[in-house]
Design a protein around this ligand. Sequence first.
Ligand SMILES: [Zn+2]
Ligand SMILES: [Zn+2]
Length: 179
Amino acid sequence: MSLSARKTTPNDEIAAALQLVFEHANQCFATADAFFGTTFKRSVCNLKQRGKAAGTAHLQKNELRFNYFMYQQNPAEFLNSVVPHEVAHMVVYQIYGNSVKPHGKEWQAVMFRVFGIRPNRTHTFDVPPQKSSYEYHCSCQKHHFSKQRHTRAQKGTEYICKKCRCSLQFMSKKSTVAS
Ligand SMILES: [Zn+2]
Ligand SMILES: [Zn+2]
């Protein structure tokens, strides 16, 4: 029996996303370098951002955190809006320090004049839902359904376990977890 080709795991996807985010941030820094005729310090990037923010700039740490949940919704849009937004915070901080407002005219000018982007404080990505989990069972294991899938099941859509081929039956609703 031959082994199938190496599958992409979620970890590979996260690493690839981080690489793209990092490259894009560096491009933004290079654009700012050229505009201001200087060399800005590059930031550490990660995908640790959770919750409602698409990204945050940790100025003293020189660290940019990005929200992978939102990245996945539209990577191109994320790279072209959220990444420059956060890099602009760093650029403004490196020029002005803490003396200006986060989304003030200096930040807006970097967005608009340096990156050519209409400065926008807010993003249009979906925020992580309050996850309700609905437990179903077959004859071999428990399954967790999203609310959406639970609704479909209750309206008559039949879901079959891939392992045992049994139809899944609703057991109970689990407690709500914010993600
Ligand atoms: Zn901001
Ligand atoms: Zn099963």
